[in-house]
Design a protein around this ligand. Structure first.
Ligand code: 5GP
Length: 113
């Protein structure tokens, strides 16, 4: 059975999203509930639930996720930004398809909540 998360449906173009970047392995689109002026989700097209589900074979894909985020940040005119990955419900993960949050356009505080 195909993956049923909301992000899998976005990858399959079954539901719309404001896509800002796409290649064969990666998709990036605007978050529907932005937490900063720029809030983009960068996801692998491969069905990985979270970072913990990644294997050795996924090393290049994980690297490409980060490089894609840096590329998109530059395209969006961001020099300072935050990249977040929530792994697991207690860490704030609500969609169980691996995704990286790219947040920018406002000052950030530390530590995060
Ligand atoms: P998480 O909490 O799992 O780290 O992040 C999930 C993110 O997905 C949230 O920031 C949420 O706003 C975003 N999101 C949930 N559903 C949709 C959707 O249908 N479309 C888009 N573009 N973003 C979504």
């Amino acid at each position: 059975m195909s993956e049923q998360t909301i992000f899998a449906k976005i990858i399959r173009k079954e539901i719309p999203a404001a896509i800002v970047y796409e290649n064969e392995r990666i998709l990036a689109f605007k978050d529907i509930a932005p937490q900063a002026p720029t809030h983009i989700l960068v996801i692998p097209k491969k069905a990985l639930a979270d970072v913990a589900a990644a294997k050795e074979d996924d090393a290049a894909l994980l690297g490409e996720l980060l490089l894609s985020a840096a590329h998109i940040a530059k395209e969006q005119g961001l020099t300072d930004y935050r990249i977040v990955i929530n792994n697991g419900a207690e860490a704030g993960q609500t969609v169980f398809h691996l995704h990286l949050h790219l947040l920018g356009g406002r000052p950030m505080r530390w530590p995060p909540g």
